[in-house]
Ligand binder design. Structure first.
Ligand SMILES: *Cc1c(COP(=O)(O)O)cnc(C)c1O
Length: 436
Protein backbone atom coordinates (compact mmCIF):
# COMPACT_ATOMS: atom_id res chain seq x y z
CA UNK A 1 0.00 0.00 0.00
CA UNK A 2 1.21 3.51 -0.78
CA UNK A 3 1.95 5.81 2.12
CA UNK A 4 -0.47 8.65 2.76
CA UNK A 5 1.74 11.18 4.51
CA UNK A 6 5.41 11.94 4.89
CA UNK A 7 6.46 13.47 8.18
CA UNK A 8 9.70 14.91 9.41
CA UNK A 9 10.74 14.87 13.02
CA UNK A 10 11.00 18.22 14.81
CA UNK A 11 14.78 17.97 14.80
CA UNK A 12 14.78 17.44 11.03
CA UNK A 13 13.21 20.86 10.47
CA UNK A 14 15.46 22.87 8.12
CA UNK A 15 17.56 25.47 9.95
CA UNK A 16 18.05 27.79 6.96
CA UNK A 17 15.85 29.75 4.61
CA UNK A 18 16.81 29.72 0.94
CA UNK A 19 17.55 33.13 -0.61
CA UNK A 20 17.20 32.97 -4.40
CA UNK A 21 18.60 36.47 -5.04
CA UNK A 22 22.24 35.38 -5.68
CA UNK A 23 21.04 32.55 -7.98
CA UNK A 24 18.76 34.62 -10.22
CA UNK A 25 19.90 34.69 -13.87
CA UNK A 26 19.97 38.51 -13.64
CA UNK A 27 19.72 40.85 -10.65
CA UNK A 28 16.28 42.20 -9.74
CA UNK A 29 15.54 45.78 -10.74
CA UNK A 30 15.81 47.88 -7.55
CA UNK A 31 12.80 49.44 -5.78
CA UNK A 32 12.54 53.16 -6.63
CA UNK A 33 11.72 56.17 -4.50
CA UNK A 34 8.14 57.22 -5.39
CA UNK A 35 9.15 60.89 -5.68
CA UNK A 36 12.67 60.98 -7.16
CA UNK A 37 12.37 57.66 -9.10
CA UNK A 38 15.93 56.88 -7.92
CA UNK A 39 16.81 53.53 -6.31
CA UNK A 40 15.72 53.66 -2.71
CA UNK A 41 18.36 53.64 0.04
CA UNK A 42 18.17 51.26 3.01
CA UNK A 43 17.84 54.20 5.48
CA UNK A 44 14.63 55.29 3.82
CA UNK A 45 13.09 51.99 4.85
CA UNK A 46 14.31 52.08 8.44
CA UNK A 47 11.42 54.31 9.60
CA UNK A 48 9.08 51.32 9.35
CA UNK A 49 11.27 48.16 9.03
CA UNK A 50 14.02 46.70 11.27
CA UNK A 51 17.61 46.52 9.98
CA UNK A 52 17.68 42.72 9.88
CA UNK A 53 14.74 42.59 7.46
CA UNK A 54 16.12 45.40 5.27
CA UNK A 55 19.37 43.40 5.02
CA UNK A 56 17.47 40.23 4.09
CA UNK A 57 15.58 42.20 1.44
CA UNK A 58 18.83 42.54 -0.55
CA UNK A 59 21.06 39.85 0.91
CA UNK A 60 23.69 38.19 -1.33
CA UNK A 61 23.81 35.09 0.95
CA UNK A 62 22.29 31.94 -0.54
CA UNK A 63 21.19 30.52 2.82
CA UNK A 64 20.11 32.51 5.89
CA UNK A 65 20.02 30.79 9.29
CA UNK A 66 16.61 30.59 10.99
CA UNK A 67 17.08 31.95 14.54
CA UNK A 68 16.56 29.39 17.27
CA UNK A 69 13.73 31.47 18.83
CA UNK A 70 11.86 31.41 15.49
CA UNK A 71 12.39 27.66 15.09
CA UNK A 72 11.03 27.27 18.59
CA UNK A 73 7.72 28.89 17.60
CA UNK A 74 7.67 27.01 14.26
CA UNK A 75 7.82 23.75 16.23
CA UNK A 76 4.21 24.27 17.30
CA UNK A 77 3.15 23.10 13.81
CA UNK A 78 6.30 22.55 11.74
CA UNK A 79 7.51 20.49 10.00
CA UNK A 80 4.13 20.43 8.26
CA UNK A 81 2.99 17.18 6.62
CA UNK A 82 3.44 16.30 2.97
CA UNK A 83 0.43 14.29 1.82
CA UNK A 84 -0.06 12.04 -1.16
CA UNK A 85 -3.51 12.77 -2.65
CA UNK A 86 -4.05 9.15 -3.62
CA UNK A 87 -7.84 9.27 -3.42
CA UNK A 88 -7.85 12.21 -5.79
CA UNK A 89 -5.52 10.28 -8.13
CA UNK A 90 -7.90 7.34 -7.97
CA UNK A 91 -10.96 9.50 -8.54
CA UNK A 92 -9.35 11.14 -11.58
CA UNK A 93 -8.00 7.77 -12.71
CA UNK A 94 -4.69 9.40 -13.52
CA UNK A 95 -1.23 7.82 -13.64
CA UNK A 96 0.13 11.08 -12.17
CA UNK A 97 1.26 11.14 -8.54
CA UNK A 98 -0.09 14.11 -6.62
CA UNK A 99 1.57 15.43 -3.46
CA UNK A 100 0.62 18.44 -1.39
CA UNK A 101 2.32 20.36 1.38
CA UNK A 102 -0.34 21.07 4.00
CA UNK A 103 0.12 24.53 5.55
CA UNK A 104 -3.34 24.52 7.16
CA UNK A 105 -1.84 23.03 10.35
CA UNK A 106 -0.57 26.39 11.66
CA UNK A 107 -2.66 27.99 14.45
CA UNK A 108 -4.09 30.70 12.13
CA UNK A 109 -4.66 28.02 9.45
CA UNK A 110 -2.36 29.14 6.62
CA UNK A 111 1.26 29.57 5.54
CA UNK A 112 1.28 33.23 6.67
CA UNK A 113 2.75 32.75 10.18
CA UNK A 114 5.97 31.40 8.57
CA UNK A 115 6.90 35.02 7.90
CA UNK A 116 4.82 36.71 10.62
CA UNK A 117 6.80 34.90 13.34
CA UNK A 118 10.14 35.79 11.75
CA UNK A 119 9.14 39.43 11.31
CA UNK A 120 7.88 39.79 14.88
CA UNK A 121 11.12 38.21 16.16
CA UNK A 122 13.50 40.55 14.28
CA UNK A 123 11.45 43.59 15.31
CA UNK A 124 11.43 42.49 18.95
CA UNK A 125 15.24 41.97 18.84
CA UNK A 126 15.68 45.58 17.70
CA UNK A 127 13.59 46.93 20.56
CA UNK A 128 10.31 47.43 18.72
CA UNK A 129 7.33 46.96 21.03
CA UNK A 130 4.39 47.16 18.63
CA UNK A 131 3.65 46.14 15.03
CA UNK A 132 0.93 47.57 12.81
CA UNK A 133 -0.55 46.07 9.70
CA UNK A 134 -3.63 46.02 7.51
CA UNK A 135 -5.91 43.11 6.83
CA UNK A 136 -8.86 42.43 4.55
CA UNK A 137 -10.67 39.24 5.47
CA UNK A 138 -8.17 38.75 8.30
CA UNK A 139 -5.74 35.99 7.23
CA UNK A 140 -2.66 38.17 7.47
CA UNK A 141 -3.91 40.08 10.53
CA UNK A 142 -4.51 36.83 12.40
CA UNK A 143 -1.04 35.52 11.47
CA UNK A 144 0.63 38.69 12.78
CA UNK A 145 -1.55 38.76 15.90
CA UNK A 146 -0.45 35.19 16.64
CA UNK A 147 3.22 36.04 16.00
CA UNK A 148 3.20 39.15 18.22
CA UNK A 149 1.55 37.14 20.95
CA UNK A 150 4.47 34.64 20.84
CA UNK A 151 7.01 37.43 21.52
CA UNK A 152 4.84 39.46 23.90
CA UNK A 153 4.57 42.39 21.52
CA UNK A 154 1.58 44.62 20.90
CA UNK A 155 -0.20 44.34 17.58
CA UNK A 156 -2.52 46.86 15.92
CA UNK A 157 -4.49 45.60 12.94
CA UNK A 158 -6.36 48.02 10.68
CA UNK A 159 -9.13 45.86 9.27
CA UNK A 160 -11.16 46.94 6.23
CA UNK A 161 -14.45 48.11 7.77
CA UNK A 162 -16.82 45.94 5.69
CA UNK A 163 -14.82 42.85 6.55
CA UNK A 164 -14.73 43.88 10.21
CA UNK A 165 -18.52 43.97 10.17
CA UNK A 166 -19.20 41.00 7.88
CA UNK A 167 -16.40 38.53 8.77
CA UNK A 168 -16.29 38.48 12.56
CA UNK A 169 -14.46 35.19 13.21
CA UNK A 170 -10.92 36.18 12.28
CA UNK A 171 -11.39 39.42 14.19
CA UNK A 172 -12.21 37.30 17.25
CA UNK A 173 -9.10 35.15 16.67
CA UNK A 174 -6.94 38.28 16.52
CA UNK A 175 -8.47 39.61 19.73
CA UNK A 176 -7.95 36.28 21.51
CA UNK A 177 -4.25 36.56 20.65
CA UNK A 178 -4.30 40.02 22.22
CA UNK A 179 -4.28 42.24 19.11
CA UNK A 180 -6.12 45.53 18.88
CA UNK A 181 -8.38 45.40 15.81
CA UNK A 182 -9.50 48.74 14.40
CA UNK A 183 -12.09 49.11 11.65
CA UNK A 184 -10.57 51.20 8.85
CA UNK A 185 -11.02 54.05 7.94
CA UNK A 186 -10.60 55.12 11.57
CA UNK A 187 -10.14 58.36 13.51
CA UNK A 188 -6.67 57.14 14.65
CA UNK A 189 -4.74 58.57 11.73
CA UNK A 190 -4.70 61.65 9.51
CA UNK A 191 -5.39 59.55 6.44
CA UNK A 192 -8.36 57.85 8.13
CA UNK A 193 -9.79 61.13 9.44
CA UNK A 194 -9.49 62.78 6.02
CA UNK A 195 -11.52 60.01 4.43
CA UNK A 196 -14.17 59.95 7.18
CA UNK A 197 -14.61 63.72 6.91
CA UNK A 198 -15.57 63.38 3.26
CA UNK A 199 -17.58 60.20 3.68
CA UNK A 200 -18.48 59.02 7.21
CA UNK A 201 -19.87 55.76 5.78
CA UNK A 202 -16.81 54.81 3.75
CA UNK A 203 -16.66 50.96 3.77
CA UNK A 204 -12.86 50.97 3.68
CA UNK A 205 -10.38 49.26 1.37
CA UNK A 206 -7.04 47.52 1.67
CA UNK A 207 -5.35 50.64 0.26
CA UNK A 208 -6.82 52.87 2.97
CA UNK A 209 -5.93 50.36 5.70
CA UNK A 210 -2.31 50.22 4.45
CA UNK A 211 -2.07 54.02 4.60
CA UNK A 212 -3.35 53.99 8.18
CA UNK A 213 -1.02 51.20 9.33
CA UNK A 214 2.04 52.81 7.72
CA UNK A 215 1.20 56.25 9.14
CA UNK A 216 0.73 54.76 12.62
CA UNK A 217 4.16 53.02 12.41
CA UNK A 218 5.97 56.03 10.92
CA UNK A 219 4.67 58.36 13.65
CA UNK A 220 5.53 56.16 16.66
CA UNK A 221 9.13 55.38 17.65
CA UNK A 222 8.45 52.02 19.27
CA UNK A 223 6.32 50.85 16.34
CA UNK A 224 7.07 49.24 12.99
CA UNK A 225 4.96 48.10 10.06
CA UNK A 226 4.74 44.56 8.78
CA UNK A 227 3.80 43.23 5.34
CA UNK A 228 2.47 39.74 4.65
CA UNK A 229 3.54 39.12 1.04
CA UNK A 230 5.31 40.51 -2.06
CA UNK A 231 8.65 41.65 -0.53
CA UNK A 232 11.80 39.53 -0.90
CA UNK A 233 12.22 38.91 2.84
CA UNK A 234 8.64 37.63 3.11
CA UNK A 235 9.22 35.13 0.29
CA UNK A 236 12.52 34.15 1.94
CA UNK A 237 10.78 33.19 5.20
CA UNK A 238 8.30 31.04 3.29
CA UNK A 239 11.04 28.89 1.72
CA UNK A 240 10.99 26.62 4.74
CA UNK A 241 7.93 25.09 3.03
CA UNK A 242 9.91 24.03 -0.05
CA UNK A 243 12.99 23.02 1.94
CA UNK A 244 10.84 20.65 4.02
CA UNK A 245 9.03 19.37 0.92
CA UNK A 246 12.37 18.38 -0.64
CA UNK A 247 13.28 16.20 2.34
CA UNK A 248 9.78 14.70 2.37
CA UNK A 249 9.76 13.89 -1.36
CA UNK A 250 13.02 12.08 -0.81
CA UNK A 251 11.32 9.91 1.85
CA UNK A 252 8.52 9.31 -0.65
CA UNK A 253 11.13 8.02 -3.09
CA UNK A 254 10.75 10.83 -5.63
CA UNK A 255 13.82 12.48 -7.11
CA UNK A 256 12.12 15.67 -8.26
CA UNK A 257 8.61 16.84 -8.97
CA UNK A 258 7.77 17.36 -12.64
CA UNK A 259 5.32 20.12 -11.80
CA UNK A 260 5.28 22.58 -8.89
CA UNK A 261 2.00 24.46 -8.48
CA UNK A 262 0.54 27.08 -6.17
CA UNK A 263 -2.01 29.88 -6.00
CA UNK A 264 -0.68 33.41 -6.32
CA UNK A 265 -1.92 36.55 -4.61
CA UNK A 266 1.22 38.50 -3.74
CA UNK A 267 3.18 35.33 -4.44
CA UNK A 268 4.53 34.33 -1.01
CA UNK A 269 3.09 30.84 -0.46
CA UNK A 270 3.88 29.79 -4.02
CA UNK A 271 7.40 31.18 -3.81
CA UNK A 272 7.88 29.40 -0.50
CA UNK A 273 7.23 26.02 -2.07
CA UNK A 274 8.69 26.74 -5.50
CA UNK A 275 11.95 28.68 -5.02
CA UNK A 276 14.01 25.81 -3.57
CA UNK A 277 12.98 23.80 -6.67
CA UNK A 278 13.67 26.76 -9.00
CA UNK A 279 17.26 26.44 -7.85
CA UNK A 280 17.28 22.86 -9.20
CA UNK A 281 15.70 24.05 -12.42
CA UNK A 282 18.42 26.68 -12.82
CA UNK A 283 20.95 23.86 -12.38
CA UNK A 284 19.35 21.93 -15.25
CA UNK A 285 16.54 19.79 -13.76
CA UNK A 286 13.38 19.62 -15.85
CA UNK A 287 10.77 21.04 -13.51
CA UNK A 288 7.79 23.09 -14.65
CA UNK A 289 6.27 25.84 -12.53
CA UNK A 290 2.68 27.03 -12.65
CA UNK A 291 1.46 30.04 -10.67
CA UNK A 292 -2.34 30.09 -10.50
CA UNK A 293 -4.51 33.18 -10.17
CA UNK A 294 -8.18 34.19 -10.54
CA UNK A 295 -9.39 35.47 -13.92
CA UNK A 296 -10.95 38.30 -11.90
CA UNK A 297 -7.47 39.53 -10.88
CA UNK A 298 -5.20 38.26 -13.69
CA UNK A 299 -1.93 39.92 -12.65
CA UNK A 300 0.53 37.46 -14.21
CA UNK A 301 -1.59 36.39 -17.17
CA UNK A 302 -2.80 39.83 -18.29
CA UNK A 303 -0.77 42.40 -16.36
CA UNK A 304 2.15 44.46 -17.60
CA UNK A 305 5.76 43.95 -16.40
CA UNK A 306 6.70 47.42 -15.25
CA UNK A 307 7.39 49.67 -12.25
CA UNK A 308 4.29 50.32 -10.13
CA UNK A 309 3.33 51.28 -6.60
CA UNK A 310 2.78 48.51 -4.09
CA UNK A 311 -0.30 50.21 -2.67
CA UNK A 312 -3.42 51.87 -4.04
CA UNK A 313 -2.60 55.32 -2.66
CA UNK A 314 0.78 55.49 -4.44
CA UNK A 315 2.85 56.07 -1.30
CA UNK A 316 5.09 52.98 -1.26
CA UNK A 317 8.29 52.55 -3.27
CA UNK A 318 7.89 51.54 -6.91
CA UNK A 319 8.49 47.86 -7.56
CA UNK A 320 9.29 46.21 -10.90
CA UNK A 321 6.57 43.63 -11.21
CA UNK A 322 3.59 42.34 -13.13
CA UNK A 323 0.77 44.71 -12.33
CA UNK A 324 -2.77 45.54 -13.35
CA UNK A 325 -2.14 49.14 -12.26
CA UNK A 326 -2.18 50.31 -8.64
CA UNK A 327 -5.65 51.80 -9.16
CA UNK A 328 -7.06 48.46 -10.36
CA UNK A 329 -9.88 47.42 -8.03
CA UNK A 330 -10.52 43.70 -8.40
CA UNK A 331 -14.11 42.46 -8.15
CA UNK A 332 -14.89 41.09 -4.69
CA UNK A 333 -14.26 37.39 -5.26
CA UNK A 334 -14.31 34.98 -2.31
CA UNK A 335 -10.59 34.20 -2.61
CA UNK A 336 -9.78 37.51 -0.87
CA UNK A 337 -6.08 36.63 -0.55
CA UNK A 338 -5.70 36.62 -4.34
CA UNK A 339 -7.03 40.16 -4.89
CA UNK A 340 -3.78 42.07 -5.31
CA UNK A 341 -3.01 44.30 -8.30
CA UNK A 342 0.70 43.41 -8.33
CA UNK A 343 2.94 40.38 -7.82
CA UNK A 344 6.16 39.73 -5.92
CA UNK A 345 9.17 41.06 -7.91
CA UNK A 346 10.90 37.66 -7.61
CA UNK A 347 7.92 35.75 -9.03
CA UNK A 348 7.44 38.46 -11.68
CA UNK A 349 11.07 38.18 -12.84
CA UNK A 350 10.90 34.38 -13.03
CA UNK A 351 7.68 34.59 -15.05
CA UNK A 352 9.16 37.27 -17.32
CA UNK A 353 12.26 35.12 -17.94
CA UNK A 354 10.14 32.10 -18.88
CA UNK A 355 11.07 30.01 -15.83
CA UNK A 356 7.52 30.13 -14.45
CA UNK A 357 4.22 29.98 -16.27
CA UNK A 358 0.89 31.35 -15.12
CA UNK A 359 -2.68 30.07 -15.35
CA UNK A 360 -5.95 31.83 -14.51
CA UNK A 361 -9.26 30.23 -13.51
CA UNK A 362 -12.80 31.42 -12.88
CA UNK A 363 -14.24 31.53 -9.38
CA UNK A 364 -16.90 28.87 -9.87
CA UNK A 365 -14.62 26.22 -11.37
CA UNK A 366 -12.25 26.74 -8.42
CA UNK A 367 -15.07 26.18 -5.93
CA UNK A 368 -16.01 23.03 -7.89
CA UNK A 369 -12.40 21.88 -7.48
CA UNK A 370 -12.34 22.79 -3.76
CA UNK A 371 -15.62 20.95 -3.12
CA UNK A 372 -14.40 17.91 -5.06
CA UNK A 373 -11.15 17.89 -3.07
CA UNK A 374 -13.11 18.03 0.19
CA UNK A 375 -15.32 15.13 -0.87
CA UNK A 376 -12.46 12.97 -2.09
CA UNK A 377 -9.53 13.88 0.20
CA UNK A 378 -11.46 15.11 3.25
CA UNK A 379 -9.74 18.47 3.89
CA UNK A 380 -11.58 21.74 3.14
CA UNK A 381 -9.30 24.08 1.19
CA UNK A 382 -9.37 27.87 1.45
CA UNK A 383 -10.89 29.43 -1.69
CA UNK A 384 -7.37 30.69 -2.52
CA UNK A 385 -5.95 27.16 -2.34
CA UNK A 386 -8.76 25.82 -4.55
CA UNK A 387 -7.19 27.73 -7.46
CA UNK A 388 -4.07 25.57 -7.16
CA UNK A 389 -6.25 22.47 -6.87
CA UNK A 390 -8.11 23.33 -10.08
CA UNK A 391 -4.80 23.54 -11.94
CA UNK A 392 -3.60 20.26 -10.39
CA UNK A 393 -6.77 18.47 -11.51
CA UNK A 394 -6.39 19.77 -15.07
CA UNK A 395 -2.73 18.69 -15.22
CA UNK A 396 -3.51 15.27 -13.77
CA UNK A 397 -6.20 14.77 -16.43
CA UNK A 398 -3.71 15.84 -19.08
CA UNK A 399 -1.33 13.16 -17.73
CA UNK A 400 -4.16 10.64 -18.03
CA UNK A 401 -4.70 11.53 -21.71
CA UNK A 402 -1.02 11.17 -22.45
CA UNK A 403 -0.50 8.18 -20.16
CA UNK A 404 2.28 10.00 -18.28
CA UNK A 405 3.25 9.15 -14.70
CA UNK A 406 4.31 12.67 -13.72
CA UNK A 407 4.90 13.85 -10.17
CA UNK A 408 2.77 16.87 -9.27
CA UNK A 409 3.50 18.89 -6.13
CA UNK A 410 1.32 21.73 -4.90
CA UNK A 411 1.10 24.02 -1.91
CA UNK A 412 -2.06 23.65 0.16
CA UNK A 413 -1.76 27.21 1.46
CA UNK A 414 -4.56 27.10 4.02
CA UNK A 415 -7.75 25.41 5.19
CA UNK A 416 -11.19 26.84 4.47
CA UNK A 417 -12.87 26.40 7.85
CA UNK A 418 -13.27 30.15 8.24
CA UNK A 419 -14.58 30.42 4.69
CA UNK A 420 -17.63 28.24 5.17
CA UNK A 421 -19.89 31.23 4.46
CA UNK A 422 -18.52 31.21 0.91
CA UNK A 423 -18.98 27.45 0.59
CA UNK A 424 -22.54 27.87 1.88
CA UNK A 425 -23.31 30.28 -0.97
CA UNK A 426 -21.66 27.81 -3.36
CA UNK A 427 -23.81 24.92 -2.16
CA UNK A 428 -26.94 27.05 -2.44
CA UNK A 429 -26.02 27.85 -6.03
CA UNK A 430 -25.74 31.54 -5.21
CA UNK A 431 -22.06 31.96 -5.95
CA UNK A 432 -21.50 34.14 -8.99
CA UNK A 433 -18.81 33.85 -11.60
CA UNK A 434 -17.37 37.33 -11.14
CA UNK A 435 -15.16 38.23 -14.02
CA UNK A 436 -13.00 40.70 -15.82
C1 LIG B 1 -3.03 35.11 1.90
C2 LIG B 1 -3.28 33.79 1.32
C3 LIG B 1 -2.89 33.47 -0.01
C4 LIG B 1 -2.30 34.46 -0.96
O1 LIG B 1 -1.13 35.11 -0.59
P1 LIG B 1 0.29 34.78 -1.20
O2 LIG B 1 1.20 35.83 -0.69
O3 LIG B 1 0.15 34.79 -2.70
O4 LIG B 1 0.64 33.43 -0.72
C5 LIG B 1 -3.12 32.18 -0.46
N1 LIG B 1 -3.71 31.25 0.32
C6 LIG B 1 -4.09 31.52 1.59
C7 LIG B 1 -4.75 30.44 2.38
C8 LIG B 1 -3.90 32.79 2.12
O5 LIG B 1 -4.29 33.06 3.39
Amino acid sequence: MDRKKFLLDENEMPDKWYNILPDLPRPLDPPLDPQTKEPISPDQLSAIFPKALIEQEMSPERYIPIPEEVRDVYRLWRPSPLYRAERLEEYLDTPAKIYYKYEGVSPPGSHKPNTAVAQAYYNMKEGIERLTTETGAGQWGSALAFACNRFEMECTVYMVKVSYEQKPYRKTMMMLWGAEVIPSPSTRTNSGRAILEKDPNNPGSLGIAISEAVEDAATHDNTNYSLGSVLNHVLLHQTIVGEEAKLQLEIAGEDYPDYVIGCCGGGSNYAGLALPFVRDRLEGKEIEFYAVEPTACPTLTKGEYTYDFGDTAGLTPLLKMYTLGHDFIPPSIHAGGLRYHGEAPIISALKHDGIMKALAYHQLECFDAGALFTRVEGIVPAPETSHAIKAVIDLALECKKKGEEKVILFNFSGHGLLDLGSYELYLEGKLKDVDE
